[in-house]
Design a protein around this ligand. Structure first.
Ligand SMILES: O=C(O)C1=C[C@@H](OP(=O)(O)O)[C@@H](O)[C@H](O)C1
Ligand SMILES: C=C(OP(=O)(O)O)C(=O)O
Length: 433
């Protein structure tokens, strides 16, 4: 599906942003591994999280939707051997966290995914999980899906420093460590999103987190998990598209309520504010151990920024939309130390640069990042190839709304990976002058 967007739009609206993808995945996983019945309110029914549900159903977990809530009948870490392969679609989170969980199960399972997921590295999880005693076989190419996994009921504990900050690697190891013979210690720097740790603590897991010599340290003891009642807040990674839309369009304002404000996720707000964005945060409260609140963003004149390397994990999924904001700013923006972008749904350094260039922006590919020279007055309508990457499609659509003329987003339907009604909301709330 290609989407055509007439530019020079304005937006003034309260937007109902979909539920958080990371928390939705984890609610199904932790619910499946707990004792008792977990209830998830406001679950994200987007392609990636549906892949997680389908995989856990194949592992013998009863999951159904009742009165809008997802009900998960926990198996207390006793999953069943799947009769078919576990298809993870486009979702790195589903794959890597599942590899950790399946490391604790004695049966064999095969994981596979779509063409994009088959290009994403998996040794980052299989290598430390092998150290704990799980077995993996790459069925086609070393490091990539499809992978056969056979776990062990009792794994060896691990003492491990993550070579790259990654919530997916960290979470896979924590899920395995909950079934190890003793205490595991996992360290990372800088800290990545900590939803797994927070949700597992609420489920009664024996997990201690602290900071030691600038490292974030997690100590995990073998534990069983209790069922939870979870309400999923709105996803700041999805909200970011509408926040930037309000900032770069004239006479615009967007309000997002009940949005996740966990510090490991709010880098986009902090960096946009450093750029001069008019953003305020209201009604902050704690919900299921997570900070949530309201974000208000208004049209702003932005300045270029040099992003601190420690902030990269806090904005990892928002870099394509941050780059759009940078193209509308005055001056230069540098986003470096972001080599992880090369192994996302697309090579997001290349695809973000190509997206910006299709609108006439001045920008350069760095070895591990992007340099963008603000060029608001030169920008014009363009044709954007999404490369089937949801975040590139949506970032391109936002940019198209702000420039003069009619732009086209090719293969725009991939937005459904994280934000199924993105275009409906965009066209309902943004208006041509
Ligand atoms: O754990 C998670 O829910 C996620 C972790 C991040 O990946 P990495 O762990 O590879 O950085 C992020 O890019 C992804 O969208 C979601
Ligand atoms: C990288 C992403 O997700 P995942 O790794 O789960 O595919 C994303 O949503 O931008």
């Amino acid at each position: 599906m290609n989407v055509k967007i007439e530019g020079r739009r304005k937006i003034k609206a309260k937007i109902n942003i979909p539920p958080d993808k990371s928390i939705s995945h984890r609610s199904i996983m932790i619910g499946s591994l707990a004792r008792g019945t977990t209830e998830v309110e406001n679950f994200l029914f987007a392609d990636d999280c549906i892949s997680t549900i389908e995989c856990f159903k194949k592992l013998g977990v009863e999951i159904e939707t009742k009165n809008g809530k997802v009900i998960v009948k926990g198996k207390n870490y006793n999953l069943s051997a799947p009769e078919q392969q576990l298809y993870c679609g486009n979702s790195g989170t589903t794959t890597r966290l599942l590899l950790g969980i399946l490391s604790t199960q004695e049966f064999e399972a095969i994981l596979d995914g779509d063409n994009s997921l088959r290009k994403r590295p998996m040794k980052r999880v299989t290598q430390p999980l092998s150290q704990m005693g799980a077995n993996f076989e790459f069925l086609e190419r070393e490091d990539f899906l499809p992978i056969k996994v056979k776990g062990k009921n009792l794994l060896k504990p691990i003492d491990y420093i993550l070579p790259v900050s990654s919530a997916q690697v960290k979470s896979a190891l924590i899920f395995a460590a909950l079934k190890a013979e003793g205490m595991s210690i996992i360290k990372e720097k800088p800290m990545s999103r900590n939803h797994t740790e927070l949700m597992l603590k609420s489920a009664g897991a024996n997990i201690k987190t602290s900071f030691e010599d600038k490292f974030y340290k997690i100590e995990v003891l073998p534990s069983s998990l209790e069922a939870l009642k979870i309400k999923v807040p709105s996803d700041i990674s999805s909200a970011a598209f509408f926040i930037v839309l309000a900032l770069i369009c004239e006479d615009s304002e967007v309000i997002v309520e009940n949005c996740i404000l966990n510090h490991t996720r709010t880098g986009i707000i902090d960096i946009l504010k450093q750029m001069g964005a008019d953003i305020s945060i209201e009604d902050v409260q704690i919900q299921n151990g997570e900070l949530v609140g309201t974000i208000v963003a208004k049209s702003s004149s932005l300045q270029g920024v040099s992003v601190d390397k420690d902030d990269i994990p806090r904005i990892i999924d928002e870099i394509p939309i941050l780059a759009v904001a940078a193209a509308f700013a005055d001056g230069k923006t540098i986003i470096d130390n972001a080599s992880e972008l090369r192994v996302k749904e697309s090579d997001r350094i290349k695809t973000t640069i190509e997206m910006l260039k299709s609108f006439g922006a001045e920008c350069y590919e760095l070895e591990n990042g992007l340099e963008i020279i603000g060029s608001k007055n030169k920008l014009k309508a363009g044709i954007v190839d999404s490369y089937n990457d949801h975040r590139i499609a949506m970032a391109g659509a936002v940019m198209a709304c702000a420039v003069e003329g009619e732009s086209t987003i090719l293969n725009a339907e991939c937005a459904s990976v994280s934000f199924p009604n993105f275009y409906e909301i965009l066209f309902e709330h943004s208006r041509k002058e």
